[in-house]
Design a binder for this molecule. Structure first.
Ligand SMILES: Nc1nc2c(ncn2[C@@H]2O[C@H](COP(=O)(O)OP(=O)(O)OP(=O)(O)O)[C@@H](O)[C@H]2O)c(=O)[nH]1
Ligand SMILES: [Mg+2]
Length: 313
């Protein structure tokens, strides 16, 4: 197919079209993903998450500029699970990276839910793969951290940066939402504000509570993203984490686990789709429901029979 050929040859338009196809589940999406799959697995994937307005985009902008100086090519996927918009719609408002959009070594795409949260993590993973196959050295996933959906989204990353802000009253903001466990590196952004020491202590305490025996203790870096302060040290910490992943074999392990999770999720989805179309909608199932309801059959026997029949086909 021409689109795939153009994508591989480096056409940005082809990349944009492929992303749209995946996002909207067009008929050619699976063919595209199949064709590019062998070319994936090369890019380093960085997740950036944190509370709304924490400065994730400002920080991303600075981090990206840092890697651009090293001659790297970078893809950015800005995911907002609370927004129904995607494509270019929220770029202006939420992504403070306007001068990056013109850089030929950067490709930015924003994604919203379009009403369905369920598939967002999978779609994010596919968009990351498209950028990876396109030849990006680094793919950044920026997502607003409020709950489980964000955690699922950043699980697509090798390294996760959690951005926190001092002085938000009842601190430890995102930590309750399980964000802490996924942080490999922490940034206390808006370090020009009061309360950095307090927040630092709180994060350290939470890390101390982590009972897992980890070889990597997540470092905490202070940044003022809007003034580009502390970003060099932050990037250093991100690089160190990636080196740690590679040297310890953890990168291969994490990616293998991700592959496994992706396969399980895809199989689950297909089975659910099958069950819905061929079982739930069938007349036979109506009779099964009635039989269970009148106690002439029991649910366990019905489920067994349905599974046996479905799996045989
Ligand atoms: N004082 C101060 N303001 C900052 C700093 N970093 C970012 N800001 C400002 O904080 C606001 C939010 O920044 P964004 O980068 O859009 O934050 P975000 O986390 O991407 O926001 P959402 O994507 O909407 O969740 C902007 O007005 C930034 O200029 C900082 O270090 N200090
Ligand atoms: Mg943002």
């Amino acid at each position: 197919m021409d689109l795939i050929k153009e994508l591989i040859e480096g056409s940005r338009l082809a990349l944009a079209r492929s992303i749209t196809a995946v996002e909207n589940e067009y008929d050619n999406a699976i063919d595209i993903m199949k064709a590019i799959y062998p070319r994936t697995g090369k890019a380093r994937i960085l997740g950036i998450t944190g509370a709304p307005g924490a400065g994730k985009s400002t920080l991303t902008d600075k981090v990206v500029k840092h890697y651009l100086e090293q001659g790297k090519r970078i893809g950015i996927v800005a995911v907002d699970p609370t927004s129904p918009f995607s494509g270019g719609a929220i770029l202006g408002d939420r992504i403070r990276m306007n001068d990056l959009t013109l850089n030929e070594n950067v490709f930015i795409r924003s994604m919203g839910t379009r009403g369905s949260l369920g598939g967002l993590s999978k779609k994010t993973a596919d968009v990351v793969k498209l950028m990876d196959a396109f030849g990006m050295d680094l793919v950044i996933i920026e997502t607003v951290g409020v709950g489980q959906s964000e955690v699922d989204i950043v699980k697509n990353a090798d390294t996760t940066l959690v951005v926190l802000v001092p002085g938000l009253g009842d601190d430890i903001q995102a930590i309750k939402a399980g964000i802490l466990e996924i942080g490999d590196v922490f940034a206390i952004n808006k370090a020009d504000r009061d309360g950095c020491d307090k927040l630092n202590v709180e994060i350290e305490m939470m890390l101390d509570l982590d009972s897992r025996e980890l070889d990597w203790r997540p470092p905490i870096k202070r940044t003022i993203a809007s003034k580009d302060e502390g970003v060099d040290e932050l990037v250093e910490a991100l690089d160190e984490h990636f080196e740690y992943l590679e040297d310890s074999g953890e990168l291969a392990a994490r990616r293998a686990e991700r592959t496994r999770d992706e396969l399980v999720a895809m199989i689950n989805e297909q089975i659910m789709r099958y069950v819905h179309e061929h079982v739930v909608e069938s007349d036979a199932f109506k009779q099964d429901v009635a039989a269970v309801n009148t106690r002439t059959n029991d649910p366990y026997s019905v489920v067994n029979a349905v599974l046996e029949k479905s799996l045989k086909r």
